[in-house]
Design a binder for this molecule. Structure first.
Ligand code: ZN
Length: 292
């Protein structure tokens, strides 16, 4: 089969039919390269015009389509943003509730002064503030509060070792703190500690960690006694002992045996007279007991 080469193709392309008035027929005219190029350019231009026309006709529809898509996208993003803002607001609200709870409950429990409700978010008033600034301010407040509580708790738990929260001897409390008819002097007088009846020689234990600041005979009626300093102005006193198990300046731990029950000094029978002294003031030891 004859395969037309490129030259033959050019001839086909270049053929043009012209109406010949004389012969009254179509005459095949060979085309020169220049007119061939002119024709090609013409086709391209026609194509471009038709294409642009089509584009122009459909453009408003495209525009509507893309605008619609953009609107949908914006609406969905707005919804997402709205949802995120609601979520954030709810988290901040819960954080603020925690902050208020801390102010009303945890601070008093830990012996910290509370901020008055009307002053809690005080710095936010006045100048207009964006919601983001408000969130940032409120969450910062909560973080500060948390750090404060943690620091205070650590301090407290360290301090707990020095609080006389156990009973120094196993026995029966026969006389509490307060005014009473004194069994030794038979007069109405203040009893500055508690009397715990226990068998002679029963072990007496330090009620908390501390340092022995007195161990020996007291001339005022306490007999053989021990005093332990727990720091922060807190001292415990163990009186009427029969024997000591510690010495001045010893460091003692809670529960460590420091002496034995006796009846030395102004005493009518074996018992421990136990005192808690806060900055020089004798207070009710019950106040510190974990198990009263
Ligand atoms: Zn007593």
């Amino acid at each position: 089969m004859h395969k037309p080469n490129w030259r033959a193709k050019m001839v086909i392309l270049s053929r043009r039919f012209v109406w010949d008035e004389q012969t009254l027929s179509y005459k095949r005219m060979p085309l020169r390269v220049r007119s061939l190029l002119k024709n090609l350019l013409g086709y391209v231009a026609e194509g471009a015009i038709v294409g642009m026309g089509a584009l122009g006709v459909s453009y408003p529809r495209w525009e509507r389509y893309f605008a619609q898509r953009a609107e949908e996208r914006i609406r969905s993003m707005e919804q997402q943003l709205h949802q995120k803002m609601e979520d954030t607001q709810s988290i901040v609200d819960r954080a603020c509730a925690l902050y208020d709870r801390s102010q009303n409950l945890y601070r008093p429990l830990l012996g910290l002064a509370s901020v008055k409700p009307e002053d809690r978010y005080g710095a936010m008033g006045g100048a207009p503030i964006t919601i983001e600034e408000q969130w940032s301010y409120q969450t910062n407040l909560v973080f500060q509060e948390y750090n404060l509580l943690v620091a205070r708790l650590k301090e407290r738990s360290a301090r707990l070792r020095y609080l006389p929260c156990i009973s120094p001897v196993q026995g029966v409390t026969v006389s509490g703190y307060g005014y009473r008819d004194d069994p030794f002097f038979h007069t109405w007088r203040m009893h500055t500690g508690v009397d715990i009846a226990a068998p002679y020689g029963a072990p007496v234990r330090a009620a908390a960690d501390g340092k022995v600041v007195f161990a020996g005979w007291d001339t005022g009626g306490y007999g053989l006694q021990v005093e332990v300093d727990h720091g922060d102005g807190l001292v415990t006193k163990y009186a009427h002992l029969s024997r000591l198990q510690t010495r001045l300046a010893d460091s003692v731990r809670r529960g460590q045996v420091i002496g034995f029950v006796g009846s030395t000094g102004y005493s009518v029978g074996p018992h421990l007279h136990y005192e808690v002294i806060e900055r020089g003031v004798k207070v009710n030891p019950q106040k510190y007991l974990l198990l009263p």
